[in-house]
Write a protein that binds this ligand. Structure first.
Ligand code: C2O
Length: 548
């Protein structure tokens, strides 16, 4: 194993998209940001220097951070932000994961422009469990805003309404030819006939789950969230924010004489802001060599599922199975020490005052919650408070294991006023086996929630539509080869069940990866206590840990 050193200099950079030029926060002047390439078992050391006027932290999304929670990155959960002019060194080892993850800023909406791929190659000498690709290509989905996203969310939180949507979706930072004034900003993937390509799909968009398809090409899914899966073929991939999907693309062997251009398209599956739906589409180009000198290439366009195609989403996610082989076993908890049931959803709460509140209905504002708790961000880092044993006034250990109030499932958004605010955590003993049933409360609504857990890869052992029915527990669950991931789509009007061992001491954020829902409070944290042995304890904090 080796150590990989990087320096991330966070600086403003002028970028033009859709004929609109804006100075945006970038890493090293690059948008999207630089790629981290590592191998399973390697150590990664990244010095982050903040040279912008906003606070910054960087999160290594999906990296397990075994005992190194100080390097996880969510602001006010595991660290105070890196302030202007300060720096912080993230230092972690990549353990038991291979595939694709990504890094992104984890404070406010800064991840709108601060994100980049993390490529985790297998250990030296260990082959992929699929044909060796000729080339490896990150495909990052994002969103472009013509105005500062920080201003958009600040205004929405002030008025209680829904924030403005972005102006374009992007592939590798580029909106593509279907937007006005954008045809030069198109990502182009040039392929050679007959070769295999590994596309590393990453959804770094703030607020949209996306369908993705390439005209005339079937894709083979081989890895999600840096865990291998039993390969399966699909024409369309669904990637929620926070998820990554590795697909094999076999370039057609017979395209040598009549090379064509095949569009790759991505468009939202559902809406994250009630009443708004952005139907625009990002396009990129798959082009066969030989390039140049060809007069007219035929152009093909794929077909994507329709908006809110929940049955596509359910069937697609049910196809995912872990390898569960002797090399890559699935260590699924069978006996559960700590069962949880989380009601997850949007709602409204009364406005505290009448100061310009223009939420979904009169005198209300949007809020989002889990088990009737809308999470208040603390002003100091939870992990430090936990480590110091100094939690009074920072958090309370009473996050409910079940909803505390019944939800009214009718209406869009649900008329759910039984929400209280608090900084509540759920405490787990070291190595407890945990099950969480995540129930969407919007039975008649349309929103689904990509729930992301820091610090763990969990198994998705069950899913269903409507209200969770305890009588199918656990007979209908897959405990043999469930997919392992760090982000799962809680289906609109349905539920999923996840299981994991709490084998990573620290404080771990869990939240919807639709940034607007997180802003509205759809987040909570787990505290996992140290185990008795020395290698079961959280490491001490680094000396350069930022202060609040
Ligand atoms: Cu990708 Cu808490 O984040």
């Amino acid at each position: 194993a080796m150590t990989r050193y990087y320096t991330f200099n966070v600086t403003m950079k002028k970028v033009t998209r859709l004929c609109n030029t804006r100075a945006i926060p970038t890493v090293n002047g690059k948008f999207p940001g630089p790629k981290i390439v590592t191998r399973e078992g390697d150590r990664v050391v990244v010095k982050v220097v903040n040279n912008v006027k906003h606070n910054v932290t960087i999160h290594w999304h999906g990296v397990r951070q075994l005992r190194t929670g100080w390097s996880d990155g969510p602001a006010y959960i595991t660290q105070c932000p890196i302030q202007t002019g300060q720096s912080y060194v993230y230092n972690f080892t990549v353990t038991g994961q291979r595939g694709t993850l990504f890094w992104h800023a984890h404070v406010s909406w800064m991840r709108a422009t601060l994100y980049g791929p993390i490529v985790i190659l297998p250990k030296l000498g260990v082959p992929y469990p699929f044909p060796k690709p000729f080339k490896d290509v990150p495909i990052m989905f994002g969103e472009w805003f013509n105005v500062d996203p920080e201003a958009i969310i600040a205004q929405a939180l002030q008025t209680g309404g829904g924030p403005n949507v972005s102006d374009a979706y992007t592939i590798n930072g580029l909106p593509g030819p279907l937007y006005n004034c954008s045809s030069r900003d198109t990502f182009k993937l040039k392929v050679q006939p007959g070769k295999w390509y590994l596309l590393r799909l990453i959804n770094a968009a703030l607020n949209d789950e996306l369908f993705f398809s390439i005209a005339n090409h079937t894709l083979t899914i081989v890895d999600v969230d840096a865990s291998y899966v039993k390969p399966f073929d699909t024409d369309v991939v669904l990637v929620t924010p926070g998820q990554t999907t590795n697909v094999l693309l076999h370039a057609k062997p017979d395209e040598g004489c009549q090379p064509a251009t095949h569009l790759m398209l991505a468009r939202p599956y559902a809406t994250s802001r009630p009443g708004t739906y952005d139907n625009t589409t990002v396009a990129a180009v798959l082009e066969y060599s030989p390039s140049g000198q060809i007069k007219s290439r035929p152009l093909f366009r794929p077909t994507l599922p329709v908006f809110n195609d929940t049955s596509f989403a359910a069937n697609y996610s049910a196809k995912h199975r872990s390898l569960a082989s002797s090399e890559y076993p699935a260590n699924v908890p069978r006996r559960i020490d700590r069962p949880f049931f989380f009601a997850v959803g949007l709602g409204t709460t009364p406005c505290p005052t009448h100061q310009g509140c223009n939420g979904p209905t009169n005198d209300t504002k949007f809020s989002a919650s889990m088990n009737n708790v809308s999470f208040n961000m603390p002003t100091t880092a939870l992990l430090k408070a936990h480590y110091d044993g100094n939690t009074a006034g920072v958090y309370t250990a009473d996050f409910p294991a079940m909803p505390t109030q019944p939800f009214n499932y009718t209406g869009t958004p649900p008329n759910n006023t039984n929400v209280s605010n608090g900084t509540k955590v759920a405490v787990l003993p070291y190595n407890a086996s945990v099950e969480v049933v995540l129930q969407d409360t919007s039975i008649q609504g349309a929103e689904s929630h990509p729930l992301h857990l820091h610090g763990f890869d969990f198994f998705v052992v069950g899913q269903g539509v409507g209200n969770y029915n305890a009588s199918m527990h656990p007979a209908g669950f897959n405990l043999l080869d469930p997919v392992q991931r760090n982000t799962v789509g809680v289906p609109a009007g349905g539920w999923v069940a996840i299981r994991f061992y709490a084998d990573n001491p620290g404080v771990w954020f869990m939240h919807c990866h639709l940034e607007v829902h997180t802003s509205w409070g759809l987040k909570m944290a787990w505290v996992v206590n140290d185990g008795p042995l020395p290698d079961q304890k959280l490491m001490p904090p680094p000396s350069d840990l930022p202060k609040c």
